[in-house]
Write a protein that binds this ligand. Sequence first.
Ligand SMILES: Nc1ncnc2c1ncn2[C@@H]1O[C@H](COP(=O)(O)OP(=O)(O)OP(=O)(O)O)[C@@H](O)[C@H]1O
Length: 270
Amino acid sequence: MAETVLSCRDLGVRFGGVVALSAVDFDVAAGSITAVIGPNGAGKTTLFNAVTGLVTPSGGEIRFNGAPINDQAPHKRAAAGLVRTFQNLEIFTNMSVLDNVLTGCHRTIEYGFLDALFKTPRYTRQEREHEDTARRALEFVGYDGPLDRPAGDLPFGGQRALELARAIAASPSVVLLDEPAAGLNMRETKNLGQLIARMRSELGLTIALVEHDMDLVMSVSDEITVLSFGQVLATGTPAEIQQDERVIAAYLGEDDEDDLPETTHEEAGA
Ligand SMILES: Nc1ncnc2c1ncn2[C@@H]1O[C@H](COP(=O)(O)OP(=O)(O)OP(=O)(O)O)[C@@H](O)[C@H]1O
């Protein structure tokens, strides 16, 4: 069985009187694609925020590569290889496409302030390496436009791809994708599914994703955790989750977009 790289035990998060997460157990196996689904307000983004250090848990433990990280600052978690993307794009629209991706490389900077000031060989070498990494990440996500184009000029789908490239350029071991298909059309979503599968197969990444697009979730995921009202409702394979009566009940009354599709993991060609 694959080793667990990320785990939450008995995780709780409160915002004043609102219990956003309660007694949540969540595991991500090395090399897996693990999805977190659930109705609006179920606590999915809060789970990712707790894992990446953007919110402080009121209880429970988060472990990354076996070590507790509850007290670790967000940038330390990123430096350790736990990298994320955001539901609302966090693109620097005035910066170029290349510079946006380069910001992802900064977690691996080894030169100091004086190296940068005097442009020492160490600085020049690492800047060149970072640029190569950024170019390769852009190529990986299928970007073939000019590198100096302002990121704000890209269409929405292009900006989503740019965010993925930035996460990839950070050389992570685990990537958390928060609603990567939000705002994408059907063709773009299908391409995204292939890209996520390639991130695992070609780059060896472990991926966790929060997503509302059920066709995407069911086609790419190995394991799914379902949250409802801040608690884990079910955990299982796509086939198990699609047949789970509690999950189906939790989704009744949700938008069509959120309905569990009838396609299975196998049918979707994952
Ligand atoms: N910063 C905050 N302050 C107060 N309440 C919050 C905060 N962030 C989230 N919440 C509340 O916590 C609960 C879980 O929110 P969260 O955004 O994690 O849900 P979600 O499953 O990601 O929803 P969606 O699918 O709509 O993005 C909700 O009741 C939400 O209103």
